[in-house]
Design a protein around this ligand. Structure first.
Ligand code: NAD
Length: 478
């Protein structure tokens, strides 16, 4: 049973059972010796190394090198949230759960009512499951208020914007906030892709502006990317890092770039997933291989969950910004078929109403085959090892660029982002730790092989300068 619960991935729980069995089978001294041996052997397993790495990484991530721990902090006793949609509602719940009052603002009463309805429904479901007591639920709801008027937000200590992902809309909101918010209020944006520095400069107080990139569902996901703008004040950074702790998030600081740490890396991973199906894999094969490696969900199931239209919108922008960048067209064709994912009842897979089980789909298979034929590619059998390596090493190479550019401060921060936000297996310690254990030299050898594949993107597989340097010096990321 223990093996089933750990999916055979963690050796320690089984060994605990063995130690307990020894307690009844052996004499005390003998049992102690056996336990000591079990413990020592477990200490040298890759799983142990990975979990210890995670422990240290988590603590390291909360520190910012040039922001000492005694940096004065601003008081955060009240929060305002702009936008009561998917993210606004989830973000609000975090603060209500922590006993911090929140005022939500929307453009229309109907949108407010809808947002509050969803939030209430989430709490009611928790009450029904016995996960939340009725009195706590009432306490939390009592901390929530709503408004259509910016004037009513002016005294909030922290305001988090979660409106549509359009720079014009963000401009409108931040100009308004600049007008009404009290001096010293922290102005945060939950943008996933837009330039936080540009957003900061819609105000006269860029030092008070910061990115707080929550992940969906925001009331559940542990990860919070704290996006530090060029002008963000140190006390704002210190304050939001400690707010993150209060709302039980794992915060990782990212510099400003398109996609920040997590999404910039995932774009390369998704590109590889696209090339893999063009060359002969089915979405199921790719998902299964990476799930067997330990990911919570493969790239195609993840796309269906997040909404394939989100990636489509990003690619449309990329086609204009970086016309030379190579993508598989299959994901675009999928969207043209209206297969946006679970919300549409169909994506890379089919879904039955109200169910989340991914069912293989003939229509998608035919689309992929036709596209492959149009490209003149003869499908080849691709091993699970190749699938896993191409997906994971694409993350690592992009991460090495992020480190070089100073977007991420440490390799271990990247590991935290991937374990807490992207379902990377914790017992492998994150992509950078995995690369270290695989051996950077071996990884670069594999990357050179992938670069020679005419259906892949040779330019991408060129090792990032930091990676090349580490290999030359015989060093590791962590
Ligand atoms: N959905 C995700 O998975 C996700 C994850 C991380 C970050 N984000 C980011 O969070 C933000 C919101 O995304 P979402 O998925 O919650 O969108 P959504 O469409 O569910 O919600 C946006 C809400 O903002 C409201 N709104 C729009 N303009 C407004 C304005 N001027 N003033 C007040 N309210 C306004 C809308 O009525 C809507 O209710 C975006 O910037 C998005 O990129 C989304």
């Amino acid at each position: 049973m223990v093996n089933g619960m750990t999916k055979g991935k963690y050796p320690a729980p089984l060994k605990c059972v063995e130690a307990v069995q020894n307690a009844v089978k052996m004499k005390f001294e003998q049992g102690m010796t056996a336990e000591r041996e079990i413990f020592t052997n477990l200490m040298w397993t890759p799983e142990c190394r990975a979990l210890r790495h995670m422990f240290v990484a988590q603590r390291a991530a909360s520190k910012i090198d040039d922001v000492p721990s005694d940096t004065p902090q601003r008081e955060i006793n009240s929060v305002a949230v702009i936008g009561a949609g998917t993210m606004g509602g989830g973000i609000t719940m975090n603060f209500l759960n922590a006993g911090i009052p929140v005022k939500m603002l929307e453009m229309k009463q109907e949108a407010l009512d809808k947002g509050v309805g969803v939030l209430r429904g989430n709490y009611e479901a928790q009450v029904k499951k016995g996960k939340l007591k009725e009195d706590k639920f009432k306490e939390r709801m009592a901390l929530l208020s709503t408004t259509l008027d910016y004037e009513e937000l002016k005294d909030a200590d922290l305001v988090i914007e979660a409106v549509f992902e359009e720079i014009g809309v963000k401009e409108q909101v931040f100009k308004k906030l600049d007008e009404v918010m009290k001096p010293g209020a922290i102005l945060a944006s939950n943008t996933s892709t837009l330039d936080v520095n540009a957003i900061a400069h819609f105000t006269q107080r860029p030092q008070d502006v910061v990115g707080l990139h929550f992940f969906s569902p925001a009331n559940v996901m542990k990860l919070l990317e704290v996006v530090r703008g060029a002008d963000t004040a140190k006390d704002v950074m210190a304050t939001v890092m400690s707010v993150a702790k209060k709302i039980k998030k794992t915060a990782v600081v990212s510099g400003v770039c398109d996609g920040f740490i997590g999404n910039r890396m995932i774009e390369q991973y998704s590109r590889q997933a696209g090339f893999l199906i063009e060359e002969g894999c089915t979405p199921q094969q790719v998902d299964k291989a990476i799930e067997k490696f330990g990911f919570a969900m493969g790239p195609f199931r993840m796309g269906d969950l997040a909404g394939n239209d989100i990636g489509w919108a990003i690619r449309k922008r990329r086609y204009l910004e970086k016309p030379g960048m190579k993508y598989s067209k299959t994901a675009d064709l999928l969207c043209e078929m209206g297969r946006f994912g679970q919300k549409a009842g169909k994506g890379w897979y089919d879904y039955l109403p109200g169910k989340r089980d991914a069912i293989a789909c003939k229509e998608v298979e035919d689309m992929v085959t036709e596209h492959r034929e149009a490209l003149g590619i003869t499908a080849r059998k691709i091993s699970d090892d190749e699938i896993v390596q191409r997906l994971v090493f694409s993350l690592v190479n992009e991460a090495a660029h992020l480190l070089e550019e100073g977007i991420a401060a440490r390799a271990s921060d990247i590991d935290i982002v991937y374990v807490t936000g992207y379902g990377f297996p914790v017992y492998r310690g994150g992509p950078m730790m995995y690369a270290d254990q695989f051996g950077l030299f071996n990884m670069v050898q594999a990357m050179n092989r992938f670069a020679r594949n005419p259906h892949d993107d040779a330019t991408f597989w060129e090792p990032a300068p930091l990676l090349a340097r580490l290999v030359a010096e015989g060093k590791n990321f962590n």
